[in-house]
Ligand binder design. Structure first.
Ligand code: GRF
Length: 214
């Protein structure tokens, strides 16, 4: 069993997927920077301590991150899981959790870092979109990639339909990646993730793509 703290900002559907996955993970706390985040209620219903902070109480980003770090460190986690945590992190925060801070991002990184990934994917006309679980480094939405899921972009997709299909894959991908972490299957060699055992062949979900592929 490893201990994890999950950081959220809103809905918490990825959090719910992680909690439902019967992982060998003890969820020590869920922390939100938005007191009204729906995910906090879900954590409480699952019996997990839910901590509501408010970043607007701090004028400085560094002061808020320090407050979050105090709460996280009190839980002594092995891993800190960002699940829809909509904050730019300070370097001090990222450094403090280096190698044990993971995130899920709704694009196939390094394409489309930042916000509105589905809109950008449609505007660029990419044929494959998806999501990525990665270790967090100081560069936003960057860092060693653990696993990705590919989602075809369909001709009649809207931001909403594409987001929905990507989210469904997020809910499969994040539990799988966290399980690998818990099982000690992941190492970082020269900035690249190496997976041991079965994990090595499962780091890409690629659904059957429509249309001729030749
Ligand atoms: C997800 O799409 C996640 O990839 C992104 O923010 C969204 C959070 O959704 N970082 P939820 O709160 O997990 O439902």
């Amino acid at each position: 069993m490893i201990r994890a703290v999950v950081l959220i900002s809103g809905r918490g559907s990825n959090l719910a997927a992680l909690l439902a996955a019967s992982l060998p993970v003890e969820f020590a706390a869920v922390i939100s920077n938005r007191p009204q985040a729906e995910g906090l209620g879900h954590a409480r219903r699952c019996g997990i301590p839910a901590i509501a902070l408010d970043h607007r109480d701090h004028a400085e980003r560094a002061a808020f991150d320090a407050e979050v770090m105090r709460h996280i460190d009190a839980c002594r986690p092995d891993v800190v899981v960002l699940a829809g945590y909509m904050r730019i992190l300070t370097e001090a925060f990222v450094d403090h959790y280096a190698g044990r801070l993971v995130n899920i991002h709704p694009s196939l990184l390094p394409s489309f870092p930042g916000l509105d990934t589905h809109r950008h994917a449609l505007a660029e006309g990419v044929k494959i979109h998806g999501c990525t679980v990665h270790f967090v480094t100081a560069q936003v939405d960057h860092g060693p990639i653990i696993a990705q899921a590919a989602v075809p972009v369909l001709a009649d997709d809207t931001e909403a339909t594409l987001a929905q299909r990507v989210l469904a894959q997020e809910h499969r991908l994040y539990p799988m990646a966290l399980r690998w972490l818990a099982e000690g299957r992941i190492e970082i060699v020269e900035g690249v993730v190496r997976l041991r055992g079965a994990a090595a062949s499962q780091a890409l979900f690629a659904p059957q793509l429509p249309g001729p592929c030749a």
